[in-house]
Write a protein of this length. Sequence first.
Lengths: 293, 254, 191
Amino acid sequence: MNFSLFCSALVVPCRFSNTLATKLVERHRKSKLASHTREEAETKDTTVLTAPRDYKFVYPEFLPDPTWWKRDRIREKLEREDMMRRRSVIEIPEFYVGTVMAVESSDKYAPGKKNRFVGICIQRGGHGLRAGFTLRNVIDGQGVEVQYDLYNPTIIRLEVLKLEKRLDDELLYLRDAPQEYSTVPFDMEPVVLPPGIAVPINTMKVKLGPRPWHERWERQELKGVEDLGLPERFYKRAAEVAKPWQKHDLMRDYRLAINEDETEEIMTDVYGKMQGIETQQKLRRRQGPGPAK
Amino acid sequence: MALITRIEKVQVVHHGPPEDCTLLMNKDLSTPFSVAMHIGELLMTRSVVALVNGEPWDMHKPFTEDCELQFLHFKDDQPDIPNQVFWRSCSFILGSILERAFKEEIHVELCSFPRPNVRSGSFVYDADLKLPDWKPTSAELNCLSRIGAKLQHDDIRFERLDVDISVALKMFQDNRFKILQIPSIAAQSPSGNSVPVYRMGDHVDITRGPLMSSTQHIARYSVTTVSDIDSPDFGRLKRIQGLAIPKQLPVSDA
Amino acid sequence: MLRIPIKVTARKLPHAGGRGSGPQGRINKMRKLVTALIRHERIEGQYQWVDEARGYAERLILEAQRNGDTHKGTMEMADYWLLEKDLVHKLFKVLVPRYTNYPASFTQLWSLGETFPGRPVPMAVLELKGNPWPPVVPKERDQRNSLVNILLDQARKDYRQQKYESIAALELNKQSEQQTSNIDDSSASTS
């Protein structure tokens, strides 16, 4: 007799007494005696138009505030319609934190009653009509940040000069970095990306200046920052106040975000309306710039 | 040697708990009970009758062809067939009690029992007891009941046999009622000259069937009344009535 | 979207992982409960623990169903939440197919009442739907047509019938008595 065969017959795979074999469970589950546990299956209608999966990153402001006591489905829907109405008038391009943008807004004190500001987007947030972003630039050796509301009617034109993403969700640490990291020339020419390409990610690492800082950057998990070069006690304290369990807290994530089904519903709604608006904008672009408003 | 024939196989598809399955059984040899033995003890003990191709079938009657099989018991959602079968079997048992209970000099001639009807509240056997003026006391009725109730411990099977009309006439030659009935029963059978006969232990009686699998299903059995009737065909008879409850449906004593 | 009602804020459960264990202890306790649930398909425990663990189990199965076993983040979550690693296979290969096109929640919570004697602690049973165990609430059979009930029904009907007949007989007697008395009166008046 073959020795290995003999061994395989003798050596039974060890199983703890308090564990259940999945096979056994499935057999009993499918038994007719367990007919009480079966539920009717539901078929999902797949013919409905659905938005691409990354749509919620392209238009994050359409997602409402997930705070439970601020939710109001009707207000959210009305706000979405208002946003769409604004978008049909003004072209709001796709942009991310780290994108270099130019904003032309009406300012009654400025010469020509117009103001143009160019800067790097360091923050983006807010929900619905209250969505906004912050641009940062250095002017005459002085760091300047301007906060804009995305749906502010005084904004005349939004222009993306260099579309890219950065490694972090917020670039607030640029305030503590040397000025060359946030300096953008006002006469910067728009960088045109080849069509059909994914948004490039700028993996540049920023070297922060010496302390004191605006925030304790060592306590935040920043990816776009070079080694901070702090004494050991700072990292020790950071480890003490860290909350590593939050990373895997599924229910915390669930409560702090709009859930996926609702996101899909909203984005499908948005997707349907954006199709029409985009065709209008293409037509307008082909006709050339009309009379200024 | 002629009696030993080649064993053929039939395909039996079982529907119902614990799981649907298909078995290859021996033709004219295997019974629904042997299928139950293959599947599980629960089916052996609780099944009263089987449904073979939608027809009620004895638990101990061999298969004759490929079929679909289902087992029935008293707690089914629609227990009409088991109820009827139980009632018929109890009438059959009442006949055997009447034959056994009396002294040897009293020759009891069993006549017949009508179609089982549970709603009537009692199962019935008509017989000529040769005791025209007998008014049974409660003690006597109790004795009759006990014979029936004790059968549950014996676990006697009901076995079916289709016999030829001539054999049937010979079997029941000392019973004047059965001899009168046999030709009409044989005429109703598919072949025209066979009589369905059931055996429970020593007792043999003619009935169309099916009967339940064994006497172990009886929990309570009582013979309640004996009354006089006038039958248009067979003259003056005694009608014995009883009541029984199956083991699967417990009733409180209190 | 979860198919279960959840509290708008999470329970803190400060002592779930032992006294002073804090939020990390809470998550550890939740991991143990979720692992036990996926393993045994039915667990019993304090209501607040089990109810809290229910959300995590639901979310884990939902994520597994939505993203599949090729999604890196989901696999990492499964690896974190299932302490016994053979359950990762069970999650993706057994539970996800089981709950394909499932319209309702994947788990069921049964309240067991409070413990007695001693300090009352509300207890509960949490189970995965479609488990092989006997049901917590047994299925009721339709017993109307059982032999005993047929006999009892018929007896009841007979009793009522007898009662009506006796009442009818009494009424008849009364009427006949009245009639006879009327006749007596009339005869008396004519005479």
